[in-house]
Structure formats: structure tokens, C-alpha cells
Ligand binder design. Structure first.
Ligand SMILES: [Zn+2]
Ligand SMILES: [Zn+2]
Length: 76
């Protein structure tokens, strides 16, 4: 028996970003292929890191969402 309670989970790992301050969470997916974006980070020339979300199919990448003035975090 499957555990009760829910909707079907997608096979891909959802990039769920959560705000530490207010608890809001969002799922981000690619508008081109509909797949959940993957968590990743870029290192800038000055050495600082930027958290980003990228399409696993290579359609592009976006900066992680902001909420309450700070980067939302992805636990994946
Ligand atoms: Zn917030
Ligand atoms: Zn895509």
C-alpha cells in the first residue's frame, strides 16, 4: 500500500525555495520544457557565490528568488 495523503510526486526533484523569515515557499520550473529547475551556484569573478536555478535541459538559468530582502534557500 502506498502511504496516504496526496498528490503524485513528480519524478524530478522540485526546486523548492523557502524563505527563512516568513516561510513562503515557491517551486520553480522551466517554461520551455516544464521541468523543475535544479539548484546550482555560480562563482563570480570577485569570489562570491550566487545561488541560481538552472534548467536540467539547458534552457537557461535564473537567479534564486528573493523574499524579505534575502535569497530564498533550497534544501535540495
Ligand atoms: Zn519572506
Ligand atoms: Zn527547460
Amino acid at each position: 500500500m502506498l502511504p496516504t495523503g496526496g498528490h503524485q510526486e513528480a519524478e524530478t526533484t522540485m526546486a523548492t525555495y523557502t524563505c527563512d523569515k516568513c516561510g513562503m515557499s515557491v517551486n520553480i520550473s522551466c517554461a520551455s520544457c516544464g521541468k523543475a529547475l535544479e539548484d546550482d551556484s555560480l562563482e563570480k569573478p570577485d569570489g562570491s557565490k550566487v545561488q541560481i536555478s538552472k534548467c536540467p535541459e539547458g534552457h537557461g538559468k535564473v537567479k534564486s528568488p528573493l523574499c524579505c530582502g534575502q535569497d530564498m534557500t533550497c534544501p535540495v
